[in-house]
Every structure is written in structure tokens, then in C-alpha cells.
Design a protein around this ligand. Sequence first.
Ligand code: PEP
Ligand code: MN
Length: 366
Amino acid sequence: MNIESDILQITDWFPEIKTSHFIIAGPCAAESREQLLETAEKIAAQTSVKFFRAGLWKPRTRPDSFEGVGEKALPWLQEVKQKTGLYTCVEVAMPQHVEACLKYGIDVLWLGARTTANPFSVQEIAETLKGTGIPVLIKNPVNPDIELWIGAVERLYKSGIKKIGAVLRGFYPYERTILRNIPKWELAIEMKHRIHSLPVLCDASHIAGNVSYIPEICQKALDLNFDGLMLETHINPKAALSDAMQQLTPNELELLISGLCFRKPSVSDPVFNNLLEQYRDQIDSIDLQMLDLLGERMKIVREIGKYKSKNNVTILQLRRWEKIIATRSEYGNKAGLSYDFIKNLLELVHKESIQIQTKIMSNPGL
Ligand code: PEP
Ligand code: MN
């Protein structure tokens, strides 16, 4: 068994569908038969979307909110598929949900953020899925713990599921932000890095929390070579029983998709590749120079550490550090670097300098 070679590319999940990107659209929650059918019919008629989502069991933070209509919506989804040809996708959080979805021929299942965060639930679901081969998407856990996310992928894989995808839906923001959830793109990239073949989708709706931020998030996901998007779409978002602010109308969905630039990861044009290679050579050379310079800097830091140690002077010199930040910020900004980037970079360098000096002070023989 080798997870890397066994996980199937998303384009092979439903080979009859010829599309480079896997776009899932549909309401946050199934509310009524009419709401589902009207939404699905508009999506099928107006857009290129092939996958329809609906939440049947809604995980709510507080009790007494709308918790979904449950199994009752499964026959409605069957009708959606039959009338529109859209493939159906449902969130499952418990073995009973999985069994019900399988009984009604749901095409794709997904685990929500709160479920991925709980290895007991993921294991129970994985066991129920044994021998089914149904595609399963795994949203990132609410907290930015990549091991939990990878762990959920592995649990499903060990149950024989090979059509597995990850969905970035963002992470709980401890500070106030304009977005509902912080994307932390680097975690999705790390997922791909850990398992190269793993398809990764972006749930722009739950990252955004508000329709106005969705286009920018989608474009960024496509620019980062994500394999697809999940977009909450409702026939009448204002009247939605959950996540009203972040749901698009089918019209808005169509406008959004036609405004996006779907790029390819590489091209075969030799002229393009030649120039790209030249740029990359320049970057390689600059990176090496940068590392050499940092090495030189740290050599001097070692000398300063010894000097301070001999003279019993503290490592941290606050005024000097403040001066470094101030002067470098101005200098770097004139060179076209952002203040944020300069500050992060200097903090990293300063942290390393302090670590080196601390080692020297505690072991002056070094
Ligand atoms: C959803 O997709 O409607 C949902 C509840 O998402 P999440 O698990 O990302 O919160
Ligand atoms: Mn939702």
C-alpha cells in the first residue's frame, strides 16, 4: 500500500465528466424540496457546475439553531440528480449519516471541519465506508493542526478509500479579521507536499463568510493550483436558514465562474519555458548569495556573543534592536519590500542571533 500512488487524481473520480476543475455548488443546508430543486435546476441550466452540495445534518455551535432537515432530504437529492444530472454531495458526521447517504446513492461525501478535528468520529466513519469506494472530501479541522488533517486522510485510505480530497475551509480566527475563517494557504500547500497526488479544493464560502470576498479567494486558490472549489449557492440567500451572508444566487455563481481565470500548472511552449528557466536561474543565484550573507552575519553574531559574555553584558540590547527595525524598514521599503515582510524577516534573523548568543553565554568554550 502506498498512499501517494494509490490516491486517484480528481479528474479520474468521474471519468465521464470532462472538466479540469471540480466545482461543487449548492445550499449550505437543504431546507425544503422546492428550495433544493429550484437551486439545482438554475445551477444546472446557467453554469458549468456538475456537483451539487447540501448539508442535511448541520453541526451548529449553539443548540436551538437550525440543525438541518436530516434524512428527509435524501429523496429530494435523488430527485435533483434525476432531473438535473448533477452529482450529489452531502456532509456526514456519524456512521448513520454514511449509511443513509449510501442507501440513497449520494455520489460524494464530505467530512466537516468539526468532524475532522475528532479522530474517534473519523475512525467510525472510515469503518462504515470500508468496501464502498465512494469519494470523500475532508475539510481542514477548525484548528490549524496539519497532523489531524493528514490523519483523517490516512484513516480513510486505510479503509480502502482511494478517491480522497482535502478541502481548505479556513481556520478559526482568534483575532478579529474581515474573513470568517483565516485561509492559511500554506497548510493546503503542505498537504500537497505531504501527499503529492492528493486533490485539494477550496471552500471559498466558509473562508469568506460574506459574498463580497469570494471572487478574490477563488482566484487565489486557482492561482495556487487548487483542483476545485466549493461554493454555497441558494435560490434566495436572504431567506437562507443558515450562512445567509455567504451564499451566492445561481446568477452570481455564473458571473463568478465566468470571471475567474483558470490557469494550467505548466505549458509546453519552449519560448515560455526558456525565459522561465532564465528567471529561475537568477533567483537560484540570489538565494545562494542571500544564504552566504546570512552565514557571514551569524559568524559576526557569534563573535559579539563571545565579546558580550567576556564583558558580562546582556544579550538583548533593546535600543539597538529598535534601531535595526527602524532603519532596515525604511531601507527595505525603498527597495520595494513591504514593511510586514521586512519585520517578519528581521524578527526571524534576530531570534536566531539571540539563540546563538544564548548558546555561547551558557557555554563560553564554544
Ligand atoms: C458546510 O459546508 O456547510 C459546513 C458546515 O462547513 P464546515 O465544516 O467547513 O464548517
Ligand atoms: Mn455553511
